[in-house]
Design a protein around this ligand. Structure first.
Ligand code: ADP
Length: 485
């Protein structure tokens, strides 16, 4: 089975969030199911060295304002197709943002181009490699199935995964022809979303199958509260929508072999976490905590409930806990966190920025990880928390609800609790959850058992990769039948 992934980021090469982790790890798991994956990615500056060692496999003349080529290379076990288009991707700044932190004004063109290149590969293949299925991810690649629908040739079926429905890629309709979109597609049943082009809506409309990243989120996005205006369309496509839980790369995220940890540890030796905790508290000049060391590793946004975290800080400090926050995002939230850190300088630190090594270190040192998201399609940091025995304290929403077993009376009695859940968006419930955590922490045997269960909890891709493989196989047989008719 040959599947083309098209995505805007892929770990470890280029990452701003969980999408990159999924694109960098799911293909490895799928290979184990007999699926051959190629990943089409923009050649951002961080990929330039890789691109210079890659083999050119296609030239795209007059490509959205310049010349482009597709280059093929294998790195870290992943087969990459790099879309080299300097006029679109080779610039200082972020993947999506200017150095000043605003969206690149031509993002609509940059990601339409990525989608268009994906459609070209569907038609022409790369050498003798022709995809049987295309798997697109989020709004940045949503136009790909729309481009395929414009082609008379036999296109492969498309799976679209929604990683976060809040980001939809709305584009002024005046760009329709510049983006090489047939104006006949610009209808309420097609690309149009209240007078604009919606890339995510295009993906949902023109793909054969839609997946999202957890079963609970698949239900949530059918509601007006969480569907961000696309709930009607999704309800109409309910039979084609399925929630498949994300997994993680358990080799990359392994506390037994993690080079970022001063003291690696296993389920059996998890008490060594204490030494990591001591080291990090010393490094950050925090007083040695009597209570748990909490961490947060997150985009600093309202979605992630960072405002709720700000409200809960006095409660945490009163419980004699320590807190280290690693993140970046909303400037006001960054500032408020820094204000709190200077007020509680013995107990709290904030590291503004994106630091992969620090994320590993924090997981290896912390007793618990706080994830107070208002909504969370899947969330990966709770899975890393489980793997590293940093007990996840999570809002009961999306994938957080699907992956963490709350330490209530029933689950503690049945010996299966792995974390703490609380009602999403409710700051009193969040503070209560922190209290519950501190209380459990004071009971060493209960706490130690919970860490063991968390670390043993299955967080890899096995089941979910098999589910995706199943979808691909079904689509290929459906395509065969429909072309035979
Ligand atoms: P998102 O909605 O941001 O994609 P996820 O929980 O799905 O949230 O994934 C976030 C990913 O980004 C995780 O791998 C997490 O460890 C990582 N991450 C988030 N913020 C930072 C940061 N400041 N430094 C390092 N890694 C980060």
């Amino acid at each position: 089975m040959r599947v083309l992934f098209v995505a805007s980021e892929c770990a470890p090469f280029v990452k701003t969030g969980g999408l990159a982790d999924v694109i960098g790890s799911l293909p490895l798991a799928l290979e184990g199911c007999g699926t051959e994956i190629r990943i089409l990615l923009p050649a951002y500056p961080s990929l330039s060295e890789l691109a210079s060692n890659a083999t050119s496999v296609a030239h795209l003349e007059d490509f959205f304002g310049g010349q482009a080529e597709i280059k093929s290379v294998t790195a870290d076990g992943l087969h990459l197709l790099l879309l080299v288009a300097p006029h679109l991707y080779d610039r200082a700044g972020g993947l999506y943002l200017t150095p000043a932190g605003r969206d690149w004004p031509d993002n609509y063109r940059r990601f339409a181009a990525l989608s268009f290149a994906g459609a070209e590969i569907c038609s022409s293949g790369v050498g003798d490699w022709v995809p049987e299925v295309v798997h697109v991810h989020d709004w940045q690649t949503g136009l790909l199935p729309a481009y395929l629908s414009q082609r008379p040739d036999r296109s492969p079926p498309v799976v679209m995964t929604i990683h976060n429905i809040a980001y939809q890629g709305l584009v002024d309709r005046s760009h329709l022809s510049e983006l090489r979109l047939d104006k006949r597609l610009y209808t309420p049943d097609g690309l149009e979303y209240y007078g604009e082009i919606s890339c995510l809506k295009a993906g949902i409309t023109f793909s054969q199958k839609i997946t999202t990243v957890s079963p609970t989120y698949a239900d949530e996005i059918l509601t007006s509260d969480m569907g961000f205006g696309l709930e009607g369309l999704l309800r109409a496509r309910r039979d084609d929508l399925i929630g498949i839980l994300n997994g993680i790369d358990v080799n990359l995220w392994n506390p037994e072999t993690d080079a970022a940890l001063g003291r690696p540890y296993s389920v059996r030796s998890h008490r060594r976490k204490r030494d990591n905790k001591f080291d990090i508290e010393t490094r950050f000049q925090l007083r040695s905590s009597i209570g748990p060391l909490f961490c947060v590793i997150s985009r600093l946004t309202q979605q992630k409930g960072i405002d709720l975290l700000l409200t809960a800080i006095p409660r945490l400090m009163a419980a004699n806990a320590n807190l280290i926050v690693l993140g970046s995002g909303d400037q006001w939230l960054e500032q408020q966190l820094q204000v709190a850190a200077s007020e509680y300088c013995d107990q709290m630190r904030v590291v503004i920025g994106f630091d992969e090594t620090m994320a590993h270190m924090l997981l290896g040192a912390s007793d618990a990880i706080l994830i107070p998201s208002r909504f969370e399609p899947c969330g990966l940091t709770q899975l890393y928390g489980l793997r590293y025995g940093a007990i996840p304290i999570v809002a009961r929403t999306g994938g957080l609800a699907d992956t963490i077993i709350d330490a209530n009376h029933a689950s503690l009695t049945a010996d299966c609790a792995t974390g703490i859940q609380f009602a999403a968006g409710d700051s009193a419930a969040f503070e209560h959850a922190i209290n519950r955590c501190c209380k459990l922490y004071q009971n060493p045997s209960l706490w130690s058992k919970m860490i063991g269960r968390a670390m043993r909890h299955s967080v890899g891709w096995d089941q979910s990769a098999a589910d995706y493989h199943h979808i691909y196989t079904d689509l290929v047989s459906w395509k065969l039948k429909s072309t035979a008719v």
